[in-house]
Design a protein around this ligand. Structure first.
Ligand SMILES: [Zn+2]
Ligand SMILES: [Zn+2]
Length: 427
C-alpha cells in the first residue's frame, strides 16, 4: 500500500487555475467575506493569523497538518447548491491522521476532488439529518469510492427516527438497492480487500436522536458525541468532536436551542447554521418586493419554513454570547454580498468575539494557541485524487471475470473492433 503525493507546487496550482493569488481573491466576490471578517471583527488577534503568516496566505491542498493541529475545511456552505457555494459539508482532519466528513450535500464532491481529498479519506460520514442538501452526494461518494481507492466499507453515522423507515439505516439500505446497476457495473474491478470487507458495503451506526451526549465514535483519541437538533421533524442531531484538548461542534440544521448552549459552551469552534431574514429570502427567491402582489404570501411561506427549521441571525448572536467559542462560524448561509452586513449587525448586537461566515474552501487551522482562517487555492480541472494504491495480494478477486462479462453477445457483436480504427502500423 503506497501513499501517492500531490506533487503540485503552489505556483503550479496558480498556473493551473490561470490566476495569480491576488486576482484569485479579487475575482471571487465572496472571498473577502472570510478574509475580512476574521481580521476586522475578531477581538481576539490570535484568530486572525499568526505573525508572518497573513490571513490571506492560501491553503494549498496537500499541506501537511501539524501533529497537534485540527483542520476544518468547508466543502459546501449553503442550502442552495450554487456555483460558489455547494450544499453542506465540513471535512475535519486531526493531526493524528484521521479524517471525518460531516454532511455531504449536493455539489460537494467537486469540491472534495478540487481539494485533492481521495475517497479513501471520505470513509467516515456523519449525517446530521436526511434532508437532501445534507446527504445527496452520499450516493456519489458511496458509488465511486470502490472504483478508486476506498476498497473498504463506507461507515455512516446518522440519526434514528421515530420509525425504522425514518432513520439513517433505512436510507443506506435503500441506497444500496437503488444503486444495484452501478455496483454491478464496476464489479469487474476489485472492489474489496481480502481483509477488511467490500467497498460497496455500508456500515451504519444509528444515533438515537433524543440522546444528549450519546457516543458516536471513540477511537485513536477522537471522541464524537451527538445531541438533539430541533429541525423540521423528529430525527435530526448535532455533533461534537473532541481531540487532543481541541473541540468542534457542528449543529447541522436547527432552530436555536438550549442543547447547543449546553454542549457548545467554550468549544474551540462552533459551526452553526444561520438563516437570512424571511424578507431577504423572499426577495432573492421570487424577485418580489414589499407592496407587490404575492409578496406577503411569499414572506409568510419563508417564515413558515424558518419557523419549522432554522436559526435567525439574532438568535445565533445570542447563542454565541452564551457559548463563547474561540471562533464562531455561521454556515448554511446565503453569503450574498448584501446579506453579510445585516447579518453581522445582528450577530454584533449580542456577541463581540471572533466570528466568520463560511463560504466554500474556507480552511480553519486550530491549535491550542491560535486559530487561522485561510482559503484553499485549487484547480478548476482537478482529477480524482488517488491516495492509496493496493497490491494484487491485498485485493479481493473481482466478481466478474472480464470488463465485458455483463454485456450480451448481440451488443458485443456490434462493437467496432480496434483494428478497424487504429492507425496503420509503421513499417
Ligand atoms: Zn439544510
Ligand atoms: Zn435540513
Amino acid at each position: 500500500m503506497t501513499a501517492m503525493k500531490t506533487n503540485l507546487t503552489r505556483r503550479d496550482l496558480l498556473k493551473l487555475s490561470g490566476l495569480t493569488l491576488g486576482t484569485a481573491v479579487a475575482s471571487n466576490a465572496l472571498a473577502p467575506v472570510n478574509a475580512t471578517l476574521g481580521a476586522s471583527l475578531s477581538k481576539d488577534k490570535q484568530s486572525s493569523g499568526s505573525p508572518g503568516l497573513p490571513e490571506e496566505t492560501p491553503f494549498i491542498p496537500g499541506e501537511k497538518l501539524a501533529a497537534d493541529e485540527m483542520r476544518i475545511t468547508f466543502l459546501g456552505s449553503c442550502f442552495i447548491p450554487r456555483l460558489k457555494q455547494a450544499a453542506n459539508s465540513v471535512f475535519v482532519e486531526v493531526g493524528a491522521g484521521d479524517s471525518f466528513v460531516f454532511d455531504c450535500g449536493s455539489g460537494v464532491t467537486a469540491k472534495y476532488v478540487a481539494c485533492g481529498i481521495p475517497y479513501s479519506r471520505l470513509d467516515k460520514i456523519f449525517l446530521t439529518h436526511l434532508h437532501a442538501d445534507h446527504m445527496s452526494d452520499l450516493i456519489f461518494i458511496y458509488c465511486f469510492g470502490p472504483s478508486t481507492d476506498r476498497k473498504a466499507p463506507l461507515y455512516v453515522w446518522g440519526p434514528s427516527g421515530d420509525k425504522p423507515e425514518d432513520g439513517t439505516r433505512f436510507l443506506c439500505d435503500k441506497m444500496r438497492e437503488m444503486m444495484k446497476w452501478h455496483i454491478e457495473s464496476f464489479s469487474f474491478l476489485a472492489t474489496g480487500l481480502k481483509q477488511g470487507g467490500d467497498g460497496y458495503d455500508v456500515v451504519v451506526h444509528e444515533c438515537p436522536y433524543m440522546t444528549v451526549g450519546g457516543a458516536a465514535y471513540n477511537r485513536n483519541g477522537v471522541k464524537i458525541t451527538h445531541f438533539p437538533a430541533v429541525h423540521a421533524r423528529n430525527g435530526s442531531i448535532s455533533y461534537k468532536l473532541e481531540w487532543n484538548g481541541l473541540s468542534m461542534v457542528f449543529t447541522g440544521d436547527t432552530q436555536p436551542n438550549k442543547y447547543v448552549i449546553e454542549q457548545a459552551k467554550g468549544v474551540d469552534v462552533l459551526i452553526h447554521e444561520m438563516a437570512v431574514p424571511p424578507e431577504v429570502w423572499t426577495t432573492h427567491m421570487t424577485g418580489l418586493h414589499p407592496g407587490e402582489p404575492g409578496y406577503d404570501r411569499s414572506v409568510a411561506y419563508s417564515k413558515a419554513v424558518q419557523a419549522s427549521s432554522h436559526t435567525p441571525q439574532l438568535a445565533l448572536g445570542y447563542i454565541l454570547s452564551k457559548t463563547r467559542p474561540r471562533l464562531g462560524v455561521a454556515t448554511h448561509f446565503t453569503a450574498n454580498p448584501d446579506a453579510i452586513k445585516p447579518a453581522l449587525d445582528d450577530i454584533r448586537h449580542w456577541y463581540d468575539g471572533p466570528f466568520t461566515i463560511a463560504t466554500d474552501l474556507l480552511v480553519i487551522n486550530v491549535s491550542k494557541n491560535q486559530i487561522r482562517q485561510r482559503r484553499a487555492v485549487v484547480s478548476d480541472y482537478a482529477w480524482y485524487p488517488v491516495g492509496k494504491i493496493y497490491s494484487e495480494t491485498e485485493l479481493e478477486k473481482p466478481r466478474y471475470p472480464s470488463p465485458t462479462a455483463q454485456l450480451n453477445s448481440t451488443l458485443l457483436g456490434n462493437v467496432i473492433p480496434e483494428e478497424i480504427y487504429q492507425r496503420p502500423k509503421k513499417k
